[in-house]
Ligand binder design. Structure first.
Ligand SMILES: [Zn+2]
Length: 318
């Protein structure tokens, strides 16, 4: 499909690094069970892939740094082994150069502030290692803030406040997916840069705590942010999630704030179930086909697939 191939496609979230480590697999080996490998990325027309260094809460703040190093090592092993197909991007110039050379640009991200081990000095160290995006929390509580799974959740801690300021200073994207709503509002109030929700959908269509309500979507958009609409079936619909119901989330955000604040954040390799029509990253052109069917024009589709995220990356990471 021409429109899909011509557009820059950015996936703002996947958990492939933990899968590679757990299965002792490399990105160049086509996987029968995995959602992402180099063959599938190319088949799906993916130009930029965020790779999350996910710190499962079991590791806690004590082992968070060690776990992050283990996964960052896996990331660099892939970049080294497949350097003709994949390269780390740390700024917009990198992204453009890498994609133009026909390679996949990789953005290194961290999911779970436990990776800081409660130490602010870890932020510039991660920055030096190439990390450009941090999901502040997972579903539980950490030293930065509370996630969506915490009952009567609190917002940012004083350490969390410092983390936001330092991420702003360094030029790192703040990811508010997984963050409890109270913390979401505090981040928007404090951050002097637009923020990203790497993998969340609309609560108005699917009332799940991981989704954003309309007030959140409007505020995030007003601040210049982007929402990576995600393929997690439970966040698409409680009843028979499908591509059609996934596309309803696009329509809903367009109605609310226009198409400039939508991106894609699959959560591939972080989910056990997928919707039938988009069961791995090779099937991503199905999203474009669905948008065309709904009457979206090429310009709008290009913004949704990657243009909006590209602008946000340029603004925040430089
Ligand atoms: Zn997640």
């Amino acid at each position: 499909m021409d429109i899909h191939q011509r557009s820059m496609l950015i996936d703002a979230h996947c958990d492939t690094l933990i899968k590679l480590l757990a299965e002792d697999r490399m990105l160049g080996q086509p996987s029968l069970t995995g959602h992402i490998d180099l063959v599938k990325l190319n088949a799906g027309g993916v130009n930029v892939q965020f790779f999350a260094v996910f710190i499962h809460p079991d590791y806690g703040e004590d082992s968070g740094i060690a776990r992050a190093m283990e996964l960052i090592n896996v990331f660099y092993q892939q970049c080294q082994k497949y350097s003709s197909q994949l390269a780390l991007a740390t700024c917009q110039d990198d992204l453009i150069r890498i994609v133009q050379s026909g390679k996949i640009a990789a953005i290194l991200a961290i999911e779970g502030g436990e990776a800081l081990g409660g130490q602010l000095y870890m932020l510039p160290i991660y920055y030096l290692l190439g990390v450009r995006c941090i999901t502040l929390t997972w579903n539980g509580r950490n030293s930065i803030a509370d996630g969506v799974g915490v009952k009567s959740a609190a917002g940012l801690t004083s350490f969390g406040l410092k983390v936001i300021r330092e991420m702003n200073n360094l030029g790192m994207l703040i990811d508010v997916s997984h963050l409890a709503e109270i913390g979401f509002w505090e981040v928007l109030a404090v951050s002097n840069q637009p923020v990203l929700a790497t993998h969340s959908n609309c609560a108005a269509l699917c009332d799940h705590p991981r989704n954003l309500n309309d007030r959140q979507i409007i505020a995030l958009a007003k601040a210049g942010g982007v929402i990576g609409l995600t393929l997690v079936p439970e966040f698409i619909s409680e009843y028979q999630p499908s591509l059609d119901k996934y596309l309803d989330h696009f329509d809903h955000i367009v109605d609310l704030v226009g198409p400039e604040h939508i991106g894609i954040g699959t959560d591939f390799d972080g989910i056990d179930e997928t919707i039938l029509e988009v069961s791995d990253c090779a099937m991503l052109p199905q999203i474009t086909a669905g948008l065309i069917k709904r009457g979206y024009d090429e310009d709008t589709i290009a913004k949704i697939l990657g243009g909006n995220l590209m602008s946000l990356l340029g603004k925040v990471i430089g």
